[in-house]
Design a protein around this ligand. Structure first.
Ligand SMILES: [Zn+2]
Ligand SMILES: [Zn+2]
Length: 424
């Protein structure tokens, strides 16, 4: 009898242990902080920031009628999903406004991964590198960056990428960007000075680690060559991947938009720009078109606590949601995405209401780690669930990469101070 009476307690213990054990086993896999929010929907029924859902009412878009759509897990978990041969994955590394960066919203940055194993980074704003390194890709494979313009919210996060030199990336960092109207305004001047600013850092490491990664190579797109007759330039053409650059209206001598084409799939990114019919034409028919969107001057002033007059000045170089709808109505992308936006429940509802005045196609507001899978059949949006303590994946085998450390620096610690080092 005693045996029978204790059975339920035994099973309760076993079940409790069974429930607890996976947590113990996964103790090192701290999942992303973007998932704790209990409130799932805004007043108008859009997913809230931090709810774990992408901020759209059209997370699955069929590109053709009458086909069976592929089912994806609820969240994208890096390292757990191999891309198909004709599949593209676009991940938002930073969706926010520069003023200020928020824990849940880094500034501008996008990662595009292709089924052929090639990866492309578009903009590398402050705060984006940690999101990038949580995507389960070895840093040696993250060497191609296309910058739209040189505002710091688009390029200010380049140091952590450069800093993979030696320990992980032993080939040059490649940066494409605008030439500027004068050399000092160009991408080559920017990368030259970034490298110069890292001189102490490089000298301190170069006899310890391989030196192949200590170079930054700039590929400037000559903005003086654009014209109505020459609206785009081929910036990259390898492995069947073509990336075109085209000019957009933003600040002094402007910014670049990019259009990546591969196996019939198209990704377009214009980042910061005033709305124009030209950029909309260049992005026409893209599967995914990511364009900046800014709150109204009142909303921006309220968020930044900046005088309204200054907010109005800033807004003159950007695009509000109603204008974004107009751009999308010309470009007609498979999915139109507004990014560079301060997410908040009321602001989300306001943005979608305004966009709906001018456009009725599928739209979304980007959130950090929104992930979009594109195939010839469909477009699917989810939030990535990344590991807060992500480990570096195994390095790729790259042929012809010199792994020999370089010469020591001639600059050394003073002898008298070195003599005080405690013997190891
Ligand atoms: Zn800008
Ligand atoms: Zn910006």
């Amino acid at each position: 009898m005693k045996h029978i009476k204790t059975m339920p307690y035994y099973w309760i213990c076993v079940l409790t242990l069974a429930l607890f054990l996976p947590n113990v086993a996964n103790a090192g896999e701290w999942t992303d902080f973007r998932f704790p929010r209990e409130k799932q929907l805004t007043k108008d029924g859009y997913p809230t920031p931090l709810s774990g859902q992408p901020i759209t009412k059209t997370p699955v878009i069929a590109k053709k009628k009458g086909i069976t759509l592929k089912k994806y897990p609820e969240h994208y978990i890096p390292g757990k999903e191999k891309l198909g041969d004709n599949e593209m994955r676009v991940t938002v590394l930073g969706s926010g406004s520069p003023t200020p960066i928020r824990r849940a919203q880094a500034t501008s940055g996008i990662l595009v991964e292709l089924g052929n194993g090639k990866n492309f980074i578009f903009d590398i704003g402050p705060g984006t590198a940690a999101n990038l390194y949580s995507m389960g890709i070895h840093p040696a494979l993250l060497d191609k960056v296309f910058v739209n313009h040189l505002h710091l919210d688009h390029v200010g996060g380049i140091f952590p990428l450069f800093d993979a030199m030696g320990w992980a990336r032993n080939t040059p960092l490649l940066v494409w960007g605008p030439s500027g109207t004068t050399p000092e305004l160009g991408t080559a001047a920017f990368t030259k000075h970034i490298r110069a600013a890292a001189e102490w850092h490089v000298q301190a490491k170069r006899d310890l680690l391989p030196t192949g990664g200590t170079t930054i190579i700039a590929h400037e797109i000559d903005i003086s060559k654009f014209s109505p007759e020459n609206p785009r330039q081929l910036a990259y053409d390898e492995d069947d991947v073509k990336i075109y650059a085209f000019p957009v209206v933003h600040s002094i001598d402007g910014s670049l938009g990019y259009r990546l084409e591969w196996k019939g799939l198209v990704f377009a990114y214009t980042a910061d720009s005033e709305p124009s019919t030209f950029e909309a034409e260049q992005a026409k028919g893209a599967d995914v078109f990511i364009h900046e969107v800014f709150p109204s001057a009142e909303g921006f002033a309220a968020h930044t606590k900046m005088p309204l007059e200054h907010a109005e000045n800033a807004l003159g170089e950007h695009t509000v949601p109603e204008e974004l709808g107009l751009v999308f109505s010309i470009a007609k992308p498979g999915l139109g995405i507004g990014s560079h936006y301060t997410l908040g429940d009321v602001m989300i509802d306001d943005a979608f209401k305004s966009m709906a005045k001018t456009y009725d196609g599928p739209v979304m507001l980007a959130h950090d780690l929104s992930t979009i899978n594109v195939t010839p059949e469909q477009i699917v949006v989810r939030q990535a669930k990344t590991n807060l303590l992500a480990a570096v994946p195994d390095p790729p085998v790259l042929e012809g990469v010199d792994m020999t450390p370089g010469k020591p620096s001639e600059s050394n610690t003073a002898d008298w101070l070195k003599k005080t080092v405690i013997e190891k």
